[in-house]
Write a protein that binds this ligand. Structure first.
Ligand SMILES: [Fe+2]
Length: 170
């Protein structure tokens, strides 16, 4: 039986994962508008990934016979200055989600809820991967001299993100 605080926090996380899917879909559409098919594919691959995170949490709640309460998802931001800002916002979002997951793990441990802690190990590893992925993109931006505007660097950046979406798809 899950403690009420954990039920509340896991429900918040379910909405947070759905919110991330919505944010990434809007980022995908922003890229599509500019004809950046590779970058759009990268963000699109994250949409289904975030939905699978949501479902994984929902399934765990069902297994524990805990009540799932879905909440409203805010409208995602639709306008960005350039692709660098999109990447930076996505990276910051993953850092925030990582903190949420770590906070959940802390609560589970404090409650001696080893089952939930065990379930969260998958998310802890997943977030470590996500942070590594975005850190790699930020490094690429710095090393390639990409300044967010058009030209060869934009073409290369688009190709680079297309490659990441192919290798990252799960
Ligand atoms: Fe996620």
């Amino acid at each position: 039986m899950l403690k009420p605080e954990l039920v509340e926090k896991l429900n918040e996380q379910i909405t947070s994962e759905a919110n991330a899917a919505q944010i990434y879909l809007q980022m995908c559409l922003w890229c599509e508008d500019l004809g950046l098919a590779g970058a759009a594919a990268f963000f699109r691959s994250h949409v289904s990934e975030e939905m699978s995170h949501r479902d994984r949490l929902v399934d765990y709640m069902i297994e524990c016979d805990a009540k799932v309460a879905l909440e409203a998802i805010p409208a995602p931001r639709a306008d960005y200055k350039d692709l660098i800002e999109v990447i930076n916002v996505a990276y910051a979002h993953e850092q925030m989600v990582t903190k949420q997951i770590h906070d959940l793990a802390r609560i589970a441990l404090d409650d001696d809820d080893f089952s939930t802690f065990n379930m969260l190990q998958w998310f802890i590893a997943e977030q470590r991967e996500e942070l590594m992925l975005f850190r790699g993109i930020v490094d690429y931006i710095r090393l390639s001299g990409f300044d967010g505007t058009g030209g060869d660097e934009m073409v290369n950046m688009n190709k680079y993100l297309a490659g990441l979406s192919a290798s990252h798809a799960s």
